[in-house]
Design a protein around this ligand. Structure first.
Ligand code: TXA
Ligand code: MG
Length: 315
């Protein structure tokens, strides 16, 4: 059910969750200082309670209400990238609710670059907001995805398609080296340029126990459609009727079930989750994706994030 900002503020203040758009994906918002409201977020999503939430803020001053210490690298990143698709992990203040942080000594903060999100937070205060999907479903990139997962009666502020389409970069700035737990629109190289510091990408397959504990979200399988997602084989033709083909570089062999992105990787990122959902609506057996050539990653940083989400969907 589409709701206005004033209505959404009323719902949030009464302790219930509301879905709202950001520049990445839709979030399931609840008052960050109300434990009952936050409890409902976990319940509605079916989210394990040991997976912490991001607190969404709409001013630089709000950081000081949650973060105990602001390292120099974080100051530079906030200046350069906020509001924007970058979540920063800080040592937390003692008063931050354990429910948000899943008992960790850190808290994740993000200032979204979306007018509706900003107005909502400005009026209702800081909001915890996981992606507004049921656990194990692709993140919502339009309002109808939210109602698909939570029902027509669920309140959502409709902001149309989200521009970026993949969740924010999650970067731990609470220790060195700076560590990316989840790649996103803001890539490793950009973060290194801004901070002048070394940045490591958490490699999930070789994650140390310490990293696993520090970013519990990475251990859950996310983003999984019903259809089987797989990479296109070398020389394979695109002619299976019950499959959707996502092709980004080559233009050859256009079948009826082929989407060509012509190197528009941002468009591909924006549409990816919607394509997964459509494949399920059409009861397709497979989503087949052209593999990425490692050499183009530098030119298009979003590819790191695409690779990460597609790999998770492949499982
Ligand atoms: O783009 C986004 O970040 C979206 C929009 C709505 O802002 N939100 C989002 O939230 O993707 P969620 O809950 O689906 O993903 C949050 C990720 C999870 O992987 C979680 O484990 C991690 O951030 N996270 C949150 N707090 C953390 C912490 N203190 N330490 C390590 N990882 C944390
Ligand atoms: Mg999520």
């Amino acid at each position: 059910m589409n709701v206005s900002i004033p209505k959404a503020v009323e719902i949030l203040k009464s302790g219930d969750p509301v879905a709202f758009p950001t520049e990445t994906v839709y979030g399931l918002g609840a008052d960050a200082w109300n434990p009952d409201a936050i409890g409902k977020v976990f319940e509605v999503k079916g989210r394990p309670s040991d997976n912490p939430l991001i607190v969404h803020i709409a001013s630089r001053d709000s950081v000081d209400d949650f973060a105990a210490k602001i390292p120099q690298a974080a100051t530079k990143l906030m200046e350069a990238c906020w509001p924007g698709p970058l979540t920063l992990i800080f040592k937390k203040k003692p008063e931050v609710l354990d429910l948000i942080t899943a008992g960790l000594d850190t808290v994740a903060l993000r200032w979204p670059n979306h007018a509706l999100a900003q107005e909502l937070i400005f009026r209702a205060g800081p909001l915890v907001a996981p992606s507004a999907n049921k656990s194990g479903r692709p993140s919502p990139t339009k309002a109808s995805h939210v109602t698909e997962d939570f029902g027509d009666e669920f309140p959502v502020i409709d902001g149309g398609y989200t521009q970026i389409g993949l969740e924010s970069t999650v970067l731990d700035v609470s220790k060195l080296p700076l560590c990316i737990y989840r790649p996103g629109y803001i890539g490793k190289e950009k973060i290194e340029q801004i901070t002048g510091a070394e940045v490591v990408l958490q490699n999930e397959s070789s994650a140390s126990t310490d990293q696993e504990v520090r970013s519990p979200g990475t251990k859950y399988s996310h983003y999984t459609p019903e259809a089987t997602v797989r990479w296109l084989n070398d020389g394979e033709s695109l002619n299976q009727k019950n499959a959707l083909y996502l092709i980004h570089s080559s233009t050859a062999d256009a079948g009826d079930y082929t989407i060509h992105y012509q190197k528009n990787y941002q468009q591909m990122a924006m549409e990816l989750y919607d394509r997964f959902r459509q494949a399920d609506h059409q009861r397709l057996d497979e989503v087949v994706i052209e593999p990425f050539d490692a050499s183009i990653k530098k030119e298009y940083p979003i590819i790191e994030a695409l690779l990460n989400r597609i790999s998770k969907a492949i499982g």
